[in-house]
Design a binder for this molecule. Structure first.
Ligand code: ATP
Ligand code: MG
Length: 566
């Protein structure tokens, strides 16, 4: 990626950084960080933050981006999440090099800084119960009131704080609070809690600590220790900035600047870990990596490419106001990427036998098929053609409507790269009346699907040779929620808004033999059906499983058109 490329679009954050570089603030350094809490899997919203923070670091000459695990809450965090987060960031195409940090590595320094604040009379040990603390805090319209423990002496505070750390007290007996202003209009400034007692082991520090720092305390100090220059976070932290600045000012330490941007909201899905955890735990999806999930592991398994996610994050841009992005834009981005790169193949989702009566029984022809009309360098492949084929059941109508250009009795249709064929007979199941086979004849002069005499055929359909095709399972996906804005739905009605048809599994699909060579996770276009990927978890040689990443139809173009009109 180009460094210091001023031709890149300048959003408000890059504009601030450009100015800081121009004025020599931070001596030309640009250090950002991506600070996930390892309490769940990353989702597409995190991708926005990752692309922003790592993107900026890549663009500037003296740029760096730290991967920092914000692991200060031992009850919800696990190593499993740490590993998955690293895998996801790497998959997106970003490299943190040696800059891997853990807030838990700063526990000692956080403790020392807290002692410094106590010594300076800027922090105190409070012994009110959690409920009392809440009561004393006041409301948005009413000021809070001081705790009776607020005027403890420095000596007493230091003693109690040391004993909190030593494990002398039970959970909830005391907390350490910053001493700011219980009447402050910003609720975050009303003596916020800095430490609480939690007698639970931590996934990295084990039993060493039984007091743990709160987010606001750990976050500003971590940024300061790492000499972050621009601490980019989402808008819900706007009111925390005053506290961020206050704490660092009191300590007189290196002071990065916090800048907020709007978080990503995506239609037809939820991007809150709390709700994603619910989907997993209540069994609405098969796991964090269910291809319907907006997690990066789900999206990856669905067949989305990292390139398409990065493009998406670029297109949505940066704003200071929250908004919801239509999921169709995400689909548009992957469709565009795969259109350029995915090899075309033929796969029949709902097979119907088609027998060419005048085609020799034993003959097998190798038909040359174009791998990607968008990219001639991808070449061609040979696909076997024989007397008995499978075609798509949906491509036949016994009694066709107007403008039906596909298979119907007496109609001539092109088999892509094959021949022109005309249906001459329909075989039905005697009991059910269901069509079980079509009989047809071909015109041998149309080999390859070309018209010898300029004769026009309106419809072109895909096929596979029955004797050569591979069996496959195919999974088709729809939105996880029926409403565009499930994030707004109350917890109790959450379940009712799930789309009962978000997954359709087809068990008896047939695909062309070239797909035997496809590695798990590789992508292709099934002609006329969409873009698919080989499922990396369930697919086996001889028992292939494909996930449909996205259909070919471009709903986004429609939405855009409607938006322009309306
Ligand atoms: P959730 O609200 O889903 O639990 P979180 O914000 O608690 O997510 P963190 O692990 O704390 O998750 O997030 C790490 C970083 O990713 C933070 O800087 C956060 O602001 C950013 N982030 C999280 N969700 C989004 C989003 N939807 N859009 C943009 N950035 C996000
Ligand atoms: Mg968080």
């Amino acid at each position: 990626m180009a460094k210091d490329d001023s031709s890149l679009p300048r959003d408000f954050i890059r504009t601030i950084i450009d100015e800081d570089i121009a004025t020599g603030k931070y001596h030309g350094r640009v250090v950002t960080r991506f600070p996930p809490e390892p309490n769940g899997y990353l989702h597409i919203g995190h991708a926005k933050s990752i692309c922003l923070n790592f993107g900026i670091a890549n663009e500037y000459q003296r740029g760096d981006c730290h991967l920092r695990f914000d692991d200060t809450n031992p009850t919800k965090e696990e190593m499993e999440y740490v590993e998955s987060i690293k895998e996801d960031v790497r998959w997106l195409g970003f490299d943190w090099g040696d800059n891997e940090f853990y807030a838990s590595d700063y526990f000692d320094r956080l403790f020392e800084y807290a002692q410094q604040l106590i010594r300076d009379g800027k922090a105190y040990v409070d012994s009110l119960s959690a409920e009392e603390i809440r009561e004393y805090r006041g409301t948005l319209t009413e000021p809070g009131k001081n705790s009776p423990y607020r005027e403890r002496t420095v000596e007493e505070n230091l003693d109690l704080f040391t004993r909190m750390r030593a494990g002398e007290f039970e959970d909830g007996a005391h907390v350490l609070r910053a001493k700011i202003d219980m009447a402050h209009p910003n609720m975050n400034m009303r003596d916020p809690t800095m430490y609480r007692i939690r007698k639970v082991p931590h996934h990295r520090t084990g039993e060493r600590w039984c007091i743990y720092p709160m987010y606001d305390w750990a976050h500003c100090i971590s940024d300061s220790i790492e000499a972050i220059t621009h601490s980019l976070c989402t808008l819900e932290f706007e009111d925390n900035r005053a506290l961020y600045d206050w704490l660092l000012d009191q300590l007189g330490v290196y002071h990065p600047q916090q800048i907020e941007f709007a978080r990503l909201n995506l239609s037809h899905t939820v991007l809150s870990k709390r709700r994603l955890i619910r989907l997993v735990e209540e069994g609405h999806v098969s796991g964090w990596d269910d291809p319907r999930m907006p997690t990066l592991s789900g999206i990856r398994r669905r067949g989305y490419t990292p390139e398409s996610i990065r493009t998406f994050c670029e297109r949505i841009g940066l704003a200071r106001r929250d908004s919801t992005v239509d999921i169709a834009l995400l689909e548009y981005c992957v469709r565009e990427d795969l259109n350029a790169r995915a090899p075309r193949v033929m796969g029949v989702l709902n097979p119907l036998r088609l027998v060419i009566e005048n085609y020799p029984e034993e003959l097998v022809e190798q038909m040359e098929c174009i791998n990607n009309p968008e990219d001639p360098s991808m070449g061609t492949r040979m696909v076997p053609f024989s007397r008995v084929l499978y075609v798509e059941r949906d491509d036949f109508r016994e009694d066709p409507p107007k403008k039906w250009f596909r298979l119907a009795p007496g109609r001539e249709v092109r088999l892509r790269y094959g021949y022109f064929v005309t249906v001459t007979g329909v075989v039905k199941d005697e009991a059910t009346g269901e069509v079980v086979e079509l009989r047809c004849t071909n015109d041998p002069a149309t080999r390859g699907g070309d018209s010898p005499d300029g004769r026009k055929v309106r419809g072109t359909i895909h096929w596979v040779s029955a004797a050569h095709a591979l069996k496959a399972q195919v999974r088709l996906y729809d939105h996880l929620f029926t409403t565009a804005d499930p994030g707004e739905i109350h917890d109790e009605r959450f379940e009712a808004s799930l789309n009962p048809n978000s997954l359709t599994t087809l068990f008896s699909c047939r695909v062309e033999p070239s797909l035997a060579e496809y590695e798990p996770g590789s992508f292709c276009q099934f002609e006329r059906q969409g873009y698919f990927t080989v499922d990396p978890v369930d697919s086996r040689p001889g028992a292939l499983v494909f996930n449909r990443t996205v259909t070919l139809r471009d709903t986004w173009a429609k939405i855009e058109k409607a938006q322009k009109k309306g």
